[in-house]
Structure formats: structure tokens, C-alpha cells
Design a protein around this ligand. Structure first.
Ligand code: HEM
Length: 410
């Protein structure tokens, strides 16, 4: 990330690094630059970021701020090109980009799937899947825990939930990885965008031909009963957001929690000596190392005065969740410190307001189970490389490691 001169006097302009070489360094620089900052996205596209917990809360709950990308001037003018690496996170048609009554209508068919009771019912299957994965870890001296464990469990859970056929899992994983990454070439972006509808078409056909006790079959039923309640395009869009938001983020949460434990051995010892430590470890990981770094985007419908700055209607504003989760004004002077014993003050890792994450409890439960099973079996695990050498996921959106090499035994 480099600071570049601002055209409009005192508001700093910060160019976000699409390779995310130093995610938390960049987050700290965003906070230091002020409560409202101009940012440069890939392709030189300009946007804004609000960098305090309080202002993100205000932004995401503001009634005159839309999530519909059609309200972004850069989309209307074509400045945001269709081969820009962020396009897969911007031009999506589902509840993430819907406002008002449309948003309520699209959220309704899925919200009931993620209640505490539903998630509780999934615990035995998630525990069995985590145990099988730990049993199957390679016996090599160094094991990439992201590839062999953190990436596998959420993929299995979401594929089970949505009835994704086994032979489609690798294809799904590849596409989801690609849309979150922001170091992709124009050719890759175009290829991935063309492949997504094909994958969704295959999934819908597979479940329409052989319906099961899964969410895809249920949503196909909602569409068949009343296409006005969920159109064919909306069905595909809903499946896509569940498949993407539903596993990439949880992969990062598990990876980040393991990383936090292995880089804070005294806190791992305290956790291993405690009765039920994993809910607190997961909560602190969500705060300290939020899996969604910067989430795009929101578009003021009227000029929006926030934090003393007026953002013009039609501009885009991102929510830098990793940055604001270490806001000292909200989390205290030691916000930068990982401490799973701290008293949590409420963080924004899952967003807030109408668009807050419906899958938050499922993600937390998956991560708690993953940690419990993993550290029960391998309590003496250590990182195999210095923490600073762990490669980041090259993404503005995902805050995590692309690989997590560990030694399972000393
Ligand atoms: C650690 C894991 C997860 C994190 C950090 C996370 C984070 C988020 C955040 C920050 C938002 C709101 C973005 C905004 O509008 O500003 C969101 C929305 C959403 N998430 Fe999650 N999420 C996670 C797991 C899941 C899971 C497991 C599912 C489903 C299986 C899911 C489904 C969704 C959906 C459907 C939305 C859109 C909600 C709406 O726009 O009304 N997420 N998530």
C-alpha cells in the first residue's frame, strides 16, 4: 500500500494492495489516516472507507445507503471494467446487493436454516467430519493445515448443506478462491465469471432431477411453488452467495484461530488447561483477525455526511472490518493484542444491521469444533515457519494465510 497525494486537499488517499502483503499494516494505516479516507481499488477505481467501529455501525445501518451496485457511478460509466479482479464481489445479484423489501424477500427463505436449533442439529456431523479429517492428516514432517484441514471442513459442511455432488467440490473450491482473490488477471476474471453460471446450472439440474433433504432442493421448491417469491435468477444468486460466503470465510476463521494459538503459546497452554476454551478463542480471533478484511460496498443514494466528511451520492464506500475490529476507541488501548481472556465489547466481523451475516452461528460452531478436535489430538503442534513468513491470501477481501505449514509433533 502506498499513500498517494490527494486531489481534494486534506482527505488522505490510500491505495489498497491487491496482494495483501501486509493486511494488518494496511489496516493500521487506514485507521491512522483518519475516520473517513479515500481508497484506490484495483484498476485505479476510487472509493471511500470509514475506519472506526462507530462509523461502520453508522454506515451499515444508514437508511439512505444502498447495497445495489447499480447505484455506483463507476459501474454506470464502465470505469469499473468487467475484467477488474473485484467484479465478482461487486456485480452479484442476490440478497447482498438487494435493498429494502427485496432484501427482506430474498433473506426470508434462508434465514430459518441457520437458527441455533438447526446449527445444533449439525454438531454431530461436523464433529465426525472434523475427526475424519484429523485422522487423515498426512504423516509428513510438515503439514499444510489450511489445505488439509481448514479448507476441507467448511467445504464439506456447505456442500452437505446445499447438496453439492462430490465431483463438483473441487470446481466449486477453485471458483470461490478465484472470486475472493484480487491478484487475478483479466483473462482469469472473464473465465471465472463465465464458469459460475455453468456450475450453478449443473447444481440446480442435479438437485431438480434428484431432490434431497438439502437447502438447494428446498430453494428449488420455493421457486417452483411461486416464481414471484424467488425467480430462477434469484435462485441461482442465492445459491451462489451461500456457496461463497458460506465457506471461504470459515476457512479463514479456522486458519486464523490456529495461527493465533500457535503464535501465542502461553495462551494455547491456558486454553488447553481450561474447561471449554474454544468459544472464547473463536470470539477473539473474529475480533483480532477478522476473516473479511474489506467488504465491498455501499453506495449513498444522497450525499452522505459521515464523520464530518461529505461523500457524494453514487460513490462507493467499503467497510474495512479487520481495521475497525482493532479500533482502540471501541476495543480499548490494547486492541492490537490477541487475548482470548478479554471481555468482548462486540465486534463487526459478521457485519451489523439488516445485512449482518445469517451464517455467523454456524461459522462459530464449525470453528469451535475444528479447534477442539485438532488440539485435542495434536496439543504440541507448532508452526513450521516463522509467523512472518506465512503467505497471505492475495485478496483485499479475505484476511488469512494461503498456507499454514505446521509440525504436528515436536
Ligand atoms: C467466519 C465466517 C464468516 C464471516 C466472517 C462472515 C462475514 C459476513 C459479513 C461481514 C457479512 C455482511 C457484509 C456486509 O453487508 O457488510 C456477511 C453476510 C452474509 N453471510 Fe457471512 N460470514 C461468515 C460465514 C457465513 C456462513 C457459514 C454463511 C452461510 C452458510 C454465510 C452467509 C452469509 C450471507 C448469505 C450473507 C448476506 C446477508 C445479507 O446481505 O443480508 N456467512 N457475512
Amino acid at each position: 500500500m502506498t499513500a498517494v497525494p490527494s486531489p481534494s486537499a486534506e482527505i488522505p488517499v490510500i491505495e489498497l494492495d491487491p496482494t495483501a502483503a501486509d493486511h494488518h499494516g494496511e489496516a493500521a494505516r487506514l485507521r491512522a489516516a483518519g475516520p473517513v479516507v479515500r481508497v484506490v481499488l484495483p484498476g485505479g477505481v476510487r472509493a471511500w472507507a470509514v475506519t472506526t467501529h462507530a462509523l461502520v455501525e453508522e454506515l451499515v445501518r444508514h437508511p439512505d445507503v444502498s447495497k445495489d451496485y447499480r447505484n455506483w457511478t463507476a459501474v454506470k460509466t464502465g470505469e469499473l471494467a468487467d475484467d477488474n479482479p473485484i467484479i465478482g464481489m461487486i456485480k452479484v445479484d442476490n440478497l447482498v446487493t438487494a435493498d429494502g423489501a427485496e432484501h427482506t424477500r430474498l433473506r426470508r427463505p434462508i434465514i430459518g436454516q441457520f437458527t441455533r436449533k438447526r446449527v445444533q442439529d449439525m454438531v454431530p456431523a461436523i464433529t465426525a467430519a472434523a475427526t475424519t479429517l484429523v485422522d487423515a492428516l498426512p504423516t509428513t514432517e510438515v503439514v499444510d493445515l489450511r489445505a488439509h484441514f481448514a479448507a476441507q471442513l467448511p467445504l464439506q459442511v456447505i456442500c452437505e448443506l446445499l447438496g453439492v455432488p462430490d465431483d463438483q467440490k473441487a470446481r466449486l473450491r477453485h471458483l470461490v478462491d478465484a472470486i475472493f482473490r484480487t491478484d487475478t488477471t483479466a483473462e482469469e476474471v472473464v473465465q471465472v465469471q463465465a464458469e459460475i453460471p455453468r456450475l450453478l446450472g449443473d447444481l440446480i439440474r442435479a438437485r431438480a432431477d434428484a431432490p434431497g433433504d438439502d437447502l438447494t432442493s428446498a430453494l428449488i421448491g420455493v421457486h417452483a411453488a411461486d416464481p414471484a417469491a424467488l425467480s430462477a435468477e434469484e435462485l441461482a444468486g442465492t445459491l451462489w452467495v451461500l456457496l461463497t460466503a458460506g465457506h471461504e470465510t470459515t476457512i479463514s476463521l479456522i486458519s486464523n484461530a490456529v495461527r493465533a494459538m500457535l503464535t501465542h503459546p502461553e495462551q494455547l497452554d491456558a486454553a488447553l488447561a481450561a474447561e471449554d476454551p474454544w468459544p472464547a478463542v473463536v470470539a477473539e480471533t473474529l475480533r483480532w483477525d477478522a476473516p473479511i478484511g474489506n467488504f465491498p460496498a455501499r453506495y449513498p443514494l444522497e450525499d452522505l455526511t459521515i464523520g464530518g466528511v461529505t461523500i457524494p451520492a453514487g460513490d462507493a464506500v467499503i467497510a474495512p472490518y479487520t481495521a475497525v475490529n482493532r479500533d482502540p476507541a471501541h476495543h480499548g488501548a490494547d486492541a492490537d493484542r490477541f487475548d482470548h481472556a478479554r471481555e468482548q465489547r462486540g465486534d463487526l466481523a459478521f457485519g451489523a444491521g439488516r445485512h449482518s451475516c445469517p451464517g455467523s452461528h454456524l461459522a462459530e460452531v464449525e470453528a469451535r469444533i475444528a479447534l477442539a478436535v485438532l488440539f485435542d489430538r495434536h496439543p504440541k503442534m507448532t508452526l513450521a515457519v516463522p509467523a512472518d513468513d506465512l503467505p497471505p491470501v492475495p485478496s483485499l477481501f479475505t484476511n488469512s494465510v494461503a498456507a499454514l505449514p505446521v509440525r504436528l509433533t515436536p
